[in-house]
Write a protein that binds this ligand. Structure first.
Ligand SMILES: Cc1cc2nc3c(=O)[nH]c(=O)nc-3n(C[C@H](O)[C@H](O)[C@H](O)COP(=O)(O)O)c2cc1C
Length: 675
């Protein structure tokens, strides 16, 4: 009896143990598994071999596999070493700091059950060795919990070839993916959610270019709010995404349960699953459905005020111009609007056009005093006027600014015997080609003579041309601060994200808003915005006084700009804004016609007018301090008198890109023929 069993020596702790022989050891150690796992099943499991790739999360999985004895053999793979910052989720001794993770895991397993055969691989897995290391003696299951996208894809490519099931656990909301390549080798990897992805297709892509794939793979919509907040801070106040010990341990438990059932042929399902504690146990805060104007809501009937207006003010009418008016209105849809919200409704009454501002569409916190909407309306009215003149017609515009519905009344009539207006035709052609370009970012200086020629045409607006590098850098920082204030405000945040369209089908169904693809963002920035969609993720960042990532877009664009023009007006009122909208439109179109890209960036002028008019609702004391500082410096540095109001900022650059035309609503959504 003194000699019974086996001597086991653990060199890393210089410890010698005498244990029962293997069969008896296993019998006793797994005794309390019964009958959750029967003796027969335990025996079957002893013949199984499991590979675990990535040993941060994988450490918990591998040791839990050993605890439950779900296999008799394991391959554990990681080239990385244990660092102090791993020790919030890897249950290991501080004495293991600096030790290779796979070595550390295999030792932990040996201390649980030395009869489990463990092969530890301490080098990096690459396309050159993956076949040899992982598949030479084929495992029954691969548990892939590594960080590298390339490796994830590579492992799956081979797992398909060798028909080995793959399990992935991503411990946020305990997301678990099961891919039964053993049952169906034709299954697309990652259930097809990452598209046609393969190891070859990833070759040569930069980290940035891989971001969209990673986002699709992690299922950005379903990640927890706290993780979203954290993602927004990566490269700002965080170096990498967070992982909690509790989630890692829970994920390990679920992974081992799933693994055992696959190995015992008790489960054949493939797919993605979540165990979200907040939904299962926590107080699940249900949110009211997001308000979203839908197309049929906008198909409003002629407003009563317009009918009254017609009855009271329109005496003569003619049907002579019906066809040309349809064309003019159709072309006017091209007019730009803040957030591409197209807040207009045009009512035709014979040869009269009643232009209405649908305030409910453009009523946003960010657009202080509807200044953006009024400039947009001004642009629309000016586009209609120009098109009529170019068609050889007279277009008399009368504003109804105080009553506001309709905002303007345009009467189309025939010019007595005049030739088509060549200059107007040229202006209309330029308006048709006008567009926003957020992508061209050439830093090459723009010929000052060219700029002076364009701004010469300003009438009621005053341009301030900025080319000084130091001022541009200051402007960039101020604009960044204003963007951050807007995003941090709940209303501002909501409307900002309401303007963004994430894919073509969203664009096709709303026919308004700005495509994220045209926003001039890098893939990482797009991903950041995707995370920031959820206001709860912002709230945490706000509380912690973080969120400098939101300043980056303006900072990046304005600090490297070669020229910025800020337009000011003397009196900040509705008529001046409408008038200015028309003039700015021509400036914009003229710049575009000589291949100068225009990128309007209005958040700073919106915010400054808000602050200077004391409309401080929604602004925190810290915001007010910041705006006070910006406002003082802005007016002083740009030498703007107190009576002038900056209303429009455009960044100019030499055009380097062709941009896609932005969407517009259907004609029948914005145009009603009353008669
Ligand atoms: C008054 C006004 C304000 C605007 N403000 C911004 C802005 O702050 N940021 C931005 O990226 N685009 C801005 N734009 C550009 C619009 O988003 C753009 O005109 C619209 O999406 C239609 O696209 P298009 O100009 O290519 O026709 C603004 C446009 C107008 C008319």
């Amino acid at each position: 009896m003194a000699q019974y069993g086996n001597w086991i020596y653990y060199p890393w702790s210089n410890t010698l143990l005498r244990l029962l022989p293997e069969d008896e050891f296993v019998e006793v150690r797994t005794n309390r598994n019964k009958l959750k796992i029967t003796q027969e099943e335990q025996k079957t499991l002893s013949s199984k071999k499991i590979a675990v790739v990535g040993l941060s999360v994988g450490n918990a999985i591998a040791t839990t596999l050993a605890l439950e004895r779900v296999c008799g053999e394991m391959i554990v793979i990681d080239y990385d070493e244990i660092e102090l910052s791993n020790l919030n989720r890897i249950k290991t001794s501080l004495t293991n700091l600096g030790k290779n993770k796979s070595e550390c895991t295999s030792q932990a397993i040996a201390e649980i059950d030395p009869y489990i055969k463990v092969h530890n691989y301490v080098d990096a897995l690459t396309k050159h060795n993956v076949n040899e290391v992982l598949f030479k003696s084929k495992p029954d299951i691969i548990i892939e919990v590594c960080d590298s996208l390339d490796l994830k894809v590579l492992i799956r490519d081979y797992a398909k070839k060798h028909q080995v099931p793959v399990i992935m656990e991503t411990n946020d909301n305990c997301m678990i993916d099961i891919e039964r390549f053993d049952l169906n080798p034709e299954r697309p990897i990652f259930h097809g959610i990452a598209g046609d992805l393969s190891a070859e297709s990833l070759e040569g892509l930069t980290t940035e270019e891989k971001v969209p794939y990673i986002l699709r793979i992690v299922g950005a919509d379903n990640i927890s709010t706290r993780l979203k907040s954290s993602m927004l801070e990566i490269d700002q106040s965080l170096t990498s995404w967070p992982q909690l010990g509790s989630s890692v341990i829970m994920g390990a438990g679920v992974t081992v349960d799933v693994t055992r059932k696959i190995l015992l042929n008790q489960n054949s399902i493939s797919g993605r699953f979540y165990i979200n504690i907040d939904t299962i146990i926590g107080i699940h805060k249900s949110k009211p459905p997001k308000e979203k104007a839908n197309a049929s809501d906008r198909k409003s009937h002629v407003p009563k005020d317009v009918i009254n207006f017609i009855n009271e003010r329109v005496s003569n009418h003619s049907s002579d111009y019906d066809n040309i008016i349809d064309e003019i209105v159709n072309d006017a849809r091209k007019a730009p609007s803040a957030g591409n919200n197209q807040p207009w409704l045009i009512i035709k009454y014979y040869n009269h056009l009643l232009i209405c501002h649908q305030e409910q569409i453009s009523n946003t916190w960010g657009d202080y005093a509807k200044m953006g909407a009024l400039m947009s309306m001004g642009g629309l009215i000016e586009t209609i006027r120009c098109s009529a003149v170019a068609a050889g017609l007279n277009a008399e515009v009368v504003f109804n600014v105080e009553k506001s519905t309709p905002l303007a009344h345009i009467t189309i009539s025939k010019l007595a015997g005049e030739e088509p207006d060549i200059e107007a035709i040229d202006r209309v052609n330029k308006l048709k080609k006008r567009h926003t370009d957020r992508v061209s970012a050439s830093t090459k200086p723009i010929d000052p003579f060219l700029i002076s020629q364009v701004i010469l045409e300003c009438n009621t607006i005053t341009p301030i041309v900025i080319t000084d590098k130091d001022i541009l850098i200051k402007l960039a920082n101020w604009a960044g601060e204003c963007d951050k204030i807007r995003i941090f405000n709940e209303e501002g945040h909501k409307e900002f994200f309401n303007e963004l369209r994430w894919n073509d089908s969203e664009l096709a169904s709303t026919k308004d808003g700005i495509s994220i693809q045209d926003a001039g963002l890098t893939e990482a920035e797009k991903a950041g915005f995707y995370m920031a969609k959820d206001y709860e993720s912002i709230e945490l960042i706000k509380q912690l006084n973080l969120g400098n990532g939101f300043k980056k877009i303006s900072q990046k664009n304005l600090s490297k700009a070669s020229t910025v023009i800020i337009y000011t007006i003397k009196n900040f009122n509705r008529s001046s804004l409408i008038q200015a909208g028309g003039e700015i439109l021509h400036q914009w179109a003229k710049f575009n016609s000589v291949d100068i890209a225009v990128y309007p960036m209005l958040s700073i002028v919106f915010m400054l007018n808000r602050y200077r008019n004391n409309a401080i609702e929604g602004l925190s004391p810290a915001n007010l301090n910041m705006l006070n500082e910006i406002s003082n410096d802005f007016y002083k540095l740009l030498n703007i008198s107190d009576e002038s109001c900056p209303i429009f900022l455009m960044k100019l650059s030499h055009k380097t890109h062709k941009v896609k035309e932005s969407v517009r609503k259907d004609l029948n959504e914005i145009y009603i023929k009353y008669a």
